[in-house]
Structures are given as C-alpha cells and as structure tokens.
Design a protein around this ligand. Structure first.
Ligand SMILES: [Zn+2]
Length: 311
C-alpha cells in the first residue's frame, strides 16, 4: 500500500466568504466528514500545515503583492475574490501545507499526498489575486520542490477552469511543465491549444481546451495518452496536481459531463504516468469543486486511487 499524506488545518476555515459564495469553508468540512466516516482518514499520514514564509511565497509573488495581502483586511481583493480577517493567514498556511507535503515527499515519509486547502491557487498571478485565489499554492510548491532537489516539476491541472496564473508564472520556464484540460469557452478565457510557453519555456505548456459537455471517455483518453506522452518527454522529478473537481457533472459552476468514473480514470491516468517508470512523488492540491457532496466523494475517490495503486 502507498504511503499517502493528508494536509489540512482548521485555519483554512477562517477564510470566510459571503453566504452566497460557492468557495465556502463547508467544502473542507464535507471532505473531512466523508474521509472520517468512511475510514479513509485513518489510512493517511497526517501532514501538519505551517505558515509559508514571505521568502517562500516571494519565489512566486511580488513583494508588493504579498504586502497587499497581509495588510488588506477584509473585502474584495479582486472581482470574485473575497478576503475576510482570517484569509491572509489561511493563504499563507495553504501554501505552507503544500510545502510541508513537498518536504514529506523529500524525506520519504510519504510518496503521495492530498492537500485539502483553501483558498485555492491556480488563478492567482504573481502580482494579483483572481478567481477565488490569493496565492498560487501549486506554483509556490513547485519552487519549494526545486529548492529541495526536485529539479523538473510537472503540473497537471484538471480543474474545469484554465489555470491562467500557473501558466503565466512558468510561461518562460523550461523547468516546470504545465499541462491543462479545461472547459472552453469559460472563465478566465485563456488556455488555447496555441499557448505553449514563451522563450525557453516554449513547448513546456500544453493546453487541451474542451467543449462544455465533454464526457468521461474523452477525459480518460487524454489522461492515458496525451498526459503520459508529455510526462515521458519531460522526465519530471515530481508531479503536482491542481485538482479541481468543478469538472464533475453535478458541479454548479462547470459544464462538463464527467462522472465519478471519469474522475477515477483521470486520477489513475495521472498516477500511472508518475508511477509506471521511474516512481516520482505526486502531490494533489485542491482547487475548485462546489457541489459539497460530489466534491467530497471525488476527493475520496482520488485518495482511494492513491492508496490502492498497485506497487
Ligand atoms: Zn475551477
């Protein structure tokens, strides 16, 4: 059985959003309840999140933006992104949860992890919040991993939205590969197939935009052919996953026709790509997913795939 870590902190609940807002604290409570009640939680290695340092966050975000987040207080920092008094700390701890997951992989304590964090991260750019995201957790984790000997990082992003922030941060970078499937057209409007990186980063981004209504079979095909093709060509040292469950058919925001079977197929494809040849650590970080019941079930499915992956 795989040693799988789980990173969560109650500090993430202190990021409070307005009543109507889909990105709510209840998302994490629903996940924890299902993992506890189904007996999955007891099989996981707990990873205690810590506060990411300004220096660690500063490998991705500008000093001016970090200061803005720290001093913002409460209100809308972006059209869609609300901050409460506890949001800045939650954002630092969300990034720190991923860094600790990286460290747990580096020390060999685990070989995979799921980070149940909020606020999410993949829309956040180096100098601005966007789309419910404050700090780009996955990008900060990629830099932290590179500082610990994992030179080449592969980021897979299956959130229904394109991870514009992550793509932009690594646009010119040939040491981080960004692979995304997403609904198009949809917010934020980026992620066309022609966007494949710039300068020495050219060829290190791969976007697969998909029409609303795309079904399980097409996703499973992509994650078992296109994804391993990119992974094998790049030969990464670590895999990071922007796990957005708003691609589920029951999600109130996304428009895809992906069932539980599709979620399992996507996750198994990612794990196979990471673990079929040279076995590299895999860290999943929560992005979107707004139907509480199906979000929790999809996370449970993801973790079961990690625990049950054949050695
Ligand atoms: Zn999303």
């Amino acid at each position: 059985m795989k040693k799988t870590g789980y990173a969560y902190s109650d500090i993430f609940l202190k990021h409070e959003t307005p009543q109507w807002h889909p990105e709510s604290a209840q998302r994490l409570t629903a996940i924890n309840n299902l993992l506890n009640n189904s007996g999955i939680m007891q099989k996981l290695v707990m990873i205690e999140p810590r506060r990411a340092s300004e220096e660690e966050v500063g490998l991705v975000h500008t000093a001016e933006y970090i200061q803005k987040v720290e001093n913002f207080g409460s209100g809308y920092i972006d059209l869609d992104t609300y901050m409460s008094e506890g949001s800045a700390e939650a954002a630092f701890y969300a990034a720190g949860a991923l860094i600790n997951a990286v460290e747990s992989c580096a020390s060999g304590t685990v070989n995979s992890a799921f980070c149940a964090v909020r606020p999410p991260g993949h829309h956040a750019e180096s100098s601005r919040a966007a789309g419910f995201c404050i700090f780009n957790n996955i990008a900060i984790a990629a830099r932290a991993a590179q500082g610990r000997g994992f030179k080449k990082i592969f980021i897979a992003d299956f959130d229904v939205h394109h991870g514009n922030g992550t793509q932009m941060i690594f646009d010119h970078d040939d040491s981080v590969y960004y692979f995304s499937t997403h609904q198009s057209p949809l917010y934020p409007g980026t992620g066309s197939a022609e966007e494949s990186g710039s300068g020495k980063g050219y060829g290190f981004s791969r976007n697969i935009p998909l029409k609303a209504g795309t079904e399980d079979a097409e996703f499973i095909e992509i994650y078992n052919t296109a994804l391993p093709e990119s992974v094998n060509a790049f030969q990464p040292d670590m895999m990071l996953v922007s796990a957005g469950y708003d691609l589920h058919i029951n999600d109130p925001i996304g428009g895809m026709n992906v069932s539980d079977v599709g979620v399992k197929g996507i996750v198994d494809g990612i794990l196979s790509a990471a673990w079929s040849g040279r076995k590299i650590p895999v860290i999943f970080a929560l992005e979107g997913g707004y139907n509480l019941r199906h979000l929790a079930y999809s996370v449970k499915t993801t973790i079961e795939c990690m625990l049950n992956f054949p050695d």
